[in-house]
Design a protein around this ligand. Structure first.
Ligand SMILES: Cc1cc2nc3c(=O)[nH]c(=O)nc-3n(C[C@H](O)[C@H](O)[C@H](O)COP(=O)(O)OP(=O)(O)OC[C@H]3O[C@@H](n4cnc5c(N)ncnc54)[C@H](O)[C@@H]3O)c2cc1C
Length: 383
């Protein structure tokens, strides 16, 4: 079988790798592999601390993907000969002011709905879990099953693994899926996935986010856990790599594809809030400010499934695309093989086409008193 994958971000490459392993002849098309969100992301694999109200349908899929990550990381490292920076460390979510306690409590209620292990901590227990936490921390929560990985290392390893598996990488931009010669086509172009064909509406939009990359030098200590928190009503996270890199994120705005790195004020805010949680951050070297575009959808859920008998969507992963790599790759390989994985029921890529059609019918119907159901609004993202 000939499979074409449009997009060489981590989702497209992981799908290509799985399809090639299953015996397909795979070609990946991308004019600039790795230019998307996959090399900007912080790398949290966070089925608990990325839980959001209204996104419950994602819970089983992200949980399955998080559980698959340790084996996926080992397999990818073996196939590529490269490390992917997988860290089996918990996440501490902390607050420094009484005013942020209510938000933390609201989050705990949500975290508990994931049915994964969540522990509330006193300030003293929190500093035992993460010794670099500020003495101003009032309370915290420990999510022992959230983990992290280095997304740049993952992308580099995927490039090596697909090459080793015989996948052909073509540096061309695809504008017309129908022009591709293949038995199956996978659309995995992240924020570039909208407007490929008038046949379908693929409502992926760029949700811009900036992250900072800092580095501890010499024997400077770094957080041993992933630290998240609420500071004066703002959320911030700190993700540490074994290399000494520390990622602080993230801003979130909807201003299209504005590739400028953001204002000095935004960088200042991220630094100020992260230093409130972990004062040591003020001592690190600031190496990079980067922006990326999360592929957002109207209901914040991904678009994974069949568009037609030849075309499969694997896009719209919004703020969890790194966490969702293993589950997406496995499910899309199954789709290509003609199966219909139950795990994808909530992610039908044509669900908005249907609601548009329904809205059109309702609006056109004479004497109707029924109003079209508005699409849900997007919650503010924080990763
Ligand atoms: C600041 C920030 C922090 C994040 N943190 C996390 C995190 O901690 N954990 C997590 O799980 N997720 C995180 N994410 C989300 C995650 O990065 C994305 O969901 C994920 O990378 C999407 O991967 P992708 O392969 O679908 O898209 P991308 O990585 O964007 O790749 C898309 C590729 O498609 C190519 N392309 C586009 N159009 C075309 C075309 N017409 N023809 C051919 N190729 C095309 C592009 O060149 C690009 O290489 C974060 C994102 C941002 C921006």
């Amino acid at each position: 079988m000939r499979v074409a994958v449009v997009g060489a971000g981590s989702i497209g490459l992981a799908v290509a790798w799985r399809a090639a392993e299953a015996g397909a002849k795979v070609v990946v098309h991308d004019p600039e592999p790795g230019s998307g969100a996959s090399r900007v992301a912080a790398g949290m694999i966070a089925p608990v601390t990325e839980a959001h109200y209204g996104e419950e349908a994602l819970t089983p899929f992200i949980a399955a993907s998080a559980d698959a990550w340790p084996a996926f990381a080992r397999e990818l490292e073996a196939a590529s000969g490269l490390g992917v920076g997988f860290r089996d460390v918990p996440t501490v979510v902390a607050c420094v002011e009484d005013g942020d306690r209510a938000e933390l409590q609201r989050q705990v209620d949500l975290y508990r709905r994931t049915a994964r292990h969540v522990e509330t901590l006193t300030a003293r227990a929190a500093r035992k879990a993460e010794p670099l936490l500020s003495h101003r921390v009032r309370a915290a929560v420990l999510a022992t099953e959230d983990r992290a990985v280095d997304p740049r290392a993952v992308h580099t390893a995927l490039l090596a693994a697909v090459e080793d598996a015989g996948v052909e990488l073509r540096s061309d931009r695809v504008d017309d899926l129908d022009a591709i010669e293949a038995d199956q086509v996978v659309l995995a172009a992240g924020c570039g996935s909208a407007n490929f064909s008038p046949k379908w509406s693929i409502p992926v939009r760029p949700v811009r986010g900036a992250v900072l990359r800092l580095r501890a030098v010499g024997d400077q200590p770094v957080p041993r856990t992933t630290v998240r928190g609420y500071v004066k009503g703002h959320s911030v996270y700190i993700v540490t790599r074994d290399s000494g890199e520390v990622v602080v994120g993230a801003t979130s705005d909807e201003r299209g594809f504005d590739r400028r790195t953001g204002t000095a004020g935004a960088v200042h805010d991220l630094l100020r809030w992260s230093v409130e949680l972990v004062p040591e951050i003020a001592e690190y070297h600031l190496e990079e400010v980067s922006v990326g575009f999360r592929p957002g959808t109207p209901d914040n859920l991904p678009l994974i499934g069949r568009l037609d008998e030849r075309t499969v969507a694997a896009t719209g992963h919004y703020r969890n695309g790194i966490a969702l790599i293993p589950a997406t790759a496995t499910a899309v390989a199954a789709l290509i093989a003609g199966e219909e994985p139950d795990s994808l029921a909530a992610f039908d890529p044509l669900r908005f086409n249907r609601s548009e059609a329904r809205t059109r019918t309702l609006t056109a119907a004479p004497n109707t008193t029924t109003r079209p159901v508005p699409e849900p609004t997007t919650e503010e993202a924080d990763s």
